[in-house]
Structure formats: structure tokens, C-alpha cells
Design a protein around this ligand. Structure first.
Ligand code: XMP
Length: 320
């Protein structure tokens, strides 16, 4: 008889067996459900031998860094190192527009930063990640047919060979809905457990083409307006994931009596149970108009908004 309480005990026993009596673990926190649940689980297993590292790569949503500090430092009292590495990440991404290239750069830079931070806290033998089962399947080449990698999720393969730390991935067999049950079992706040998924490479894969600090700033504002309206309409929990995308295209518009020539913002919202297949969320037209008006009025640099009605497949949830 399989229950989440039993899974929790078994996972804790497994972590203890893997890490041993003296092993030290660092856990990369992203602010999302998966890494938070992994961190709390590992903390239960090995206590103070876990250090959480929150890396701000400059590709986070608005207010994200503050929320992570609030939950881990103040609510859980789990040791947390916060590192602003936005210059490093954005510097390495300068001039790069290929999606897989961006993912690889971000993944490798994460490892560099984790290793540096691990060194500073006296060394770590293990790196923990909140990898889920769908991440494993979608990153691995499918067997049986031609080899296809859809997207290399950086928290699965793709870790540099030179990495000295071994991986601890206690959620590798779970789907998202199971991770949420486990999170509740571990007493994580409902607002954290119910958060929409957010990809490790962050806003970088929501800005097709080259990523700059300026484009991240524009996208962050549009995304915050969109999510604010979704929450106000009481739709947040009905939707698997909603976010804004900033397109590398400029179009002509008219603002007051002047011509504008600015970027296009794409809105995405999907329903799903595991992220492997998804349907576009059927918003009412009035809702979309309201969001579009607010974004164009409040976010400088955007003068047109479109809604993505593609399902997965054939689309993917993220645009890159
Ligand atoms: P796609 O775009 O492949 O996304 O349909 C499926 C789910 O996975 C998330 N995603 C990622 N998560 N690292 C992550 O941690 C990644 O590189 C990555 N790429 C996509 C995406 O947000 C969606 O929930």
C-alpha cells in the first residue's frame, strides 16, 4: 500500500544511505516547488549538513529572490547562501541566441557557481537537485526510434564531467502532482506548494534570441502584470503554468498621437497534469483584452500583445 508518508520515510532513509554519516550536501534552490521540497526533505534527513544555495542568475521573476529568502531563512531556518551572479550569467549569454546553447551555458555556469559556493562553506560531496521524472524522460534520447532530445533540461544530464560533487535527486521518480502531495506532507506553505512550475534557465528561454538585462527587465514587468490579473480573476490554481514571453520582433503601433515601434509580448497559459502534454487555457476575451491594455500602458518597450493557443504537442509549453 503506497502512501506519500511511506515514500517520505523511504526517501529519507535513501538520502541517509547515499550521503553517509559525514557527507555534506549543497542544494540549488530555484524558488520553485521541486527544489524546495527536495531541500526540506534532505534537511529532515541530514539536518545541518545541508546548505541551500540560491543563485540569482538575473533571469528570475519579479520578487522571487525575496520570497526564497523569506521562506528558507525565516520560516524554516535552513542555512541559505544567496548569491547575485547576474553579471556572470548575463555576460556569458551575451550574443548567444540558440536555445540549446543558452541552456548549456546556464547549466554549466550554475555548476561553476555551486562549486565556488560549496568551497566557501567548507566543501560539499553532493549536489542536490529537484529533478522530476518528466525531466528525466524528456531530456533523455528516446529509445526505439531515432534519437531525439527535445530540450536538455540542465538539471538532468549535461553536467560537466569535471564536476566533483555527486548528485542527490530524491524526486527523480515523482510527477509534479506527487511532489505537491509530498510538499504538503512536509508542511510546506500552500502558496509554495501551489506555485506554477518555473524552468531552471528562467527568463532566458522566454526571450527567444539574445537575452539582455534590458529585455529581462521588460519581460519581468509584463509577466508580473499578467500574473497579477490571473490571481485577481481567481484563475491561478486552475492553470498549470502561465507566463509572458518577449519576442525579438518590433511592430508599429500608435500611442496617443505618436507612432510607436516596440516589442511584442506573447502570453502563454496551459492546463496539464504532468507537463508532458498540455492545452492552451481558454481565457475569456475580455480578460485577455484587460491584460493587453495594462501591459501596453504599464510596460515601456511593449506595444503589442498576442495569446498563444498552441497545445503540446505539437508545441512545447516554453517557447524555447
Ligand atoms: P516544455 O517547454 O518542454 O516544458 O513543454 C515542460 C515543463 O518543463 C519546464 N522546463 C524546464 N524546467 N529546466 C527546468 O527545470 C529546463 O531546462 C526546462 N525546460 C522546460 C517547463 O517550464 C514546463 O513546466
Amino acid at each position: 500500500d503506497w502512501t506519500m508518508a511511506a515514500f517520505r520515510d523511504q526517501a529519507i532513509a535513501q538520502i541517509r544511505a547515499q550521503v553517509g554519516e559525514n557527507g555534506r550536501v549543497i542544494c540549488g534552490l530555484s524558488g520553485g516547488v521541486d527544489s524546495s521540497v527536495a531541500a526540506v526533505l534532505i534537511h529532515e534527513a541530514i539536518g545541518e549538513r545541508l546548505t541551500c544555495i540560491f543563485v540569482d542568475h538575473g533571469l528570475l521573476r519579479q520578487g522571487e529572490a525575496d520570497q526564497v529568502e523569506e521562506i528558507f531563512r525565516n520560516h524554516y531556518n535552513i542555512p541559505l547562501v544567496a548569491r547575485d551572479a547576474s553579471d556572470l550569467f548575463l555576460g556569458k549569454l551575451a550574443g548567444v541566441s540558440d536555445p540549446e546553447q543558452k541552456r548549456k551555458i546556464i547549466g554549466a555556469t550554475f555548476i561553476d557557481v555551486f562549486e565556488e559556493e560549496a568551497e566557501k562553506v567548507g566543501g560539499a560531496d553532493f549536489l542536490a537537485q529537484g529533478t522530476l521524472y518528466p525531466d528525466v524522460i524528456e531530456s533523455v534520447s528516446f529509445t526505439g526510434g531515432p534519437s531525439v532530445t527535445i530540450k536538455s533540461h540542465h538539471n538532468v544530464g549535461g553536467l560537466p564531467e569535471r564536476m566533483k560533487m555527486k548528485l542527490v535527486e530524491p524526486l527523480r521518480e515523482l510527477f509534479k502532482d506527487e511532489v505537491r502531495v509530498l510538499g504538503r506532507e512536509l508542511g510546506l506553505p500552500a502558496s509554495m506548494v501551489g506555485r506554477h512550475p518555473f524552468p531552471g534557465p528562467g527568463l532566458a528561454i522566454r526571450i527567444p534570441g539574445e537575452v539582455t538585462r534590458e529585455s529581462c527587465d521588460i519581460l519581468r514587468k509584463a509577466d508580473a502584470v499578467y500574473l497579477d490579473e490571473i490571481r485577481k480573476a481567481g484563475l491561478y490554481d486552475e492553470i498549470w503554468q502561465a507566463f509572458a514571453v518577449l519576442l525579438p520582433v518590433r511592430t508599429v503601433g500608435v500611442m496617443g498621437d505618436a507612432r510607436s515601434y516596440d516589442r511584442v509580448c506573447g502570453l502563454r497559459a496551459v492546463t496539464s497534469t504532468d507537463g508532458m502534454t498540455a492545452d492552451s487555457y481558454p481565457f475569456e476575451h475580455a480578460f485577455l483584452s484587460r491584460v493587453a491594455t495594462r501591459i501596453i500602458n504599464e510596460v515601456r518597450g511593449i506595444n503589442r500583445v498576442v495569446y498563444d493557443v498552441t497545445s503540446k504537442p505539437p508545441g512545447t509549453i516554453e517557447w524555447e
